[in-house]
Design a protein around this ligand. Structure first.
Ligand code: DNO
Length: 406
């Protein structure tokens, strides 16, 4: 596995110098300031590459920008409305510019309206640190009483509405507005921030788009951009829905193995691949992560190694972000499958036999509690995760265990 690290650019409180000390091998970044639908120009890409290549004092970092996360797919493309064709053309142009700059792995997602969704960005853990959490009843309270979505009342059973109402009434106004901010926090570092009002307006536009239609739009998009990716030797990789179940009555189409299979088969090309995010997919008890890696592995171009602790057995129940080796995802078994896939690729002469992985999210611990960072992206918590994951890979890849590990 190639050990990478997400960097939000010069404003990130974890700098390039920190990454070098953490033993990071490659950088994951994006041009967060460019709005979805616009072209990533060669100049802007080159600027970010240059920033990655330098330490704070200007000396060489020996790091490269290796993975894009994310090249966002605009809402217009997802809905096939307005300027969506222009946005697809811009997407192709951005891919061409990235290819010319030598960046081959491009992550994106196809979640309507909201990216990742949590109700608490700093949930206190017994050890004194914090993590992100999704609380089902708080989320329902947001939907019913803050967003006041038209159909919300009929979407939930009566007892759930009752409990959500009790929760909401017990919240102070500050707690209510914090909940609204947390839920709409969406993509960290993105140019497109949303208010509750924006969410309402977007939801209305999805009234006539069900999962089947959204999947069709997604396949249409892939049919347009995968040929460009193929031509330039790029690997597109779709991040799963986070959490992997429908929210706010919106359709979700990348939540399960079956969802991935449908889309991989519809546009059957190595350039159409997967970001296997263990934490996102792991929030659902019926997603078998090591099994998915073993069955879909040849299309996995990027790995987010993160863990979650599910707080119930149902699809849609509360969960929180656990330590990388804690939680419900069998991380050791998953990494073992990754190493097997890498060995298969090597034997087949694939140049992409080393799969980039990043320690996804981290609990905020030690100095993280004193310094500001993007929610889920603390320095020490991620460093701890990287160290643990690296240890597992090293141990499993030990020659005596017979897995050829790069
Ligand atoms: C959250 C991230 C996601 C991810 C996008 C990819 O921390 O994993 O925001 O970057 O969904 O498009």
């Amino acid at each position: 596995m190639r050990q990478t690290w997400r960097w939000f650019g010069p404003a990130d409180t974890t700098g390039i110098d920190d990454m070098v000390q953490a033993g990071v091998e490659g950088v994951v970044s994006a041009l967060h300031h460019v709005p979805s639908g616009a072209v990533w120009t060669a100049e802007e890409i080159a600027r970010r590459q240059d920033e990655v290549r330098r330490h704070g004092d200007g000396s060489a970092s020996n790091l490269e920008w290796e993975v894009v996360e994310s090249l966002p797919v605009s809402e217009a493309i997802k809905k096939q409305r307005g300027e969506w064709r222009e946005h697809v053309a811009a997407y192709r142009e951005s891919l061409e510019n990235l290819a010319a700059a030598g960046i081959e792995t491009i992550c994106y997602n196809f979640m309507p309206v909201l990216d990742w969704t949590r109700t608490d960005l700093a949930w206190r853990l017994p050890h004194g640190g914090t993590c992100m959490r999704f609380d089902y009843f708080d989320f329902v309270a947001f939907d019913l009483f803050i967003l006041e979505r038209d159909r919300a009342k009929t979407d939930y059973p009566e007892d759930v509405v009752g409990e959500a109402e009790r929760r909401f009434r017990a919240m102070t106004t500050v707690m209510q507005s914090t909940l609204a901010i947390n839920v709409t926090c969406g993509l960290p570092g993105a140019a497109d921030h949303m208010t509750t009002k924006d969410v309402r307006a977007h939801l209305a536009e999805y009234d006539s788009i069900d999962a089947q239609r959204l999947r069709r739009h997604y396949i249409d998009f892939l049919s347009e951009v995968v040929p460009t990716a193929e031509k330039h030797g790029l690997r597109l990789c779709c991040h799963p829905d986070d959490p992997p179940f429908p929210l706010l009555g919106l359709p979700r189409v990348m939540s399960t193995e079956d969802d991935y299979r449908k889309v991989m088969d519809a546009v059957d090309s190595p350039a159409n691949g997967i970001t296997l995010c263990a934490g996102s997919l792991g929030a659902r008890p019926d997603n078998d992560l090591p099994g998915m890696m073993s069955r879909l592995g040849d299309r996995v171009h990027f790995l987010h190694l993160r863990n979650v602790k599910r707080e119930g057995d149902g699809i849609g129940d509360s969960f929180h972000e656990a330590e990388h080796l804690g939680g419900d995802v069998d991380m050791v078994a998953l990494i073992a499958e990754v190493l097997k896939e890498e060995a298969r690729r090597k034997a087949n002469g694939r140049t992409d036999h080393q799969i980039p992985m990043r320690p996804d999210h981290g609990q905020h611990i030690l100095d993280d509690l004193k310094r500001q960072s993007q929610p889920g992206y603390p320095t020490v918590g991620r460093l701890r995760g990287l160290a643990e994951l690296r240890g597992v890979a090293k141990a499993l890849g030990h020659a005596r265990l017979g897995i050829d590990h790069e």
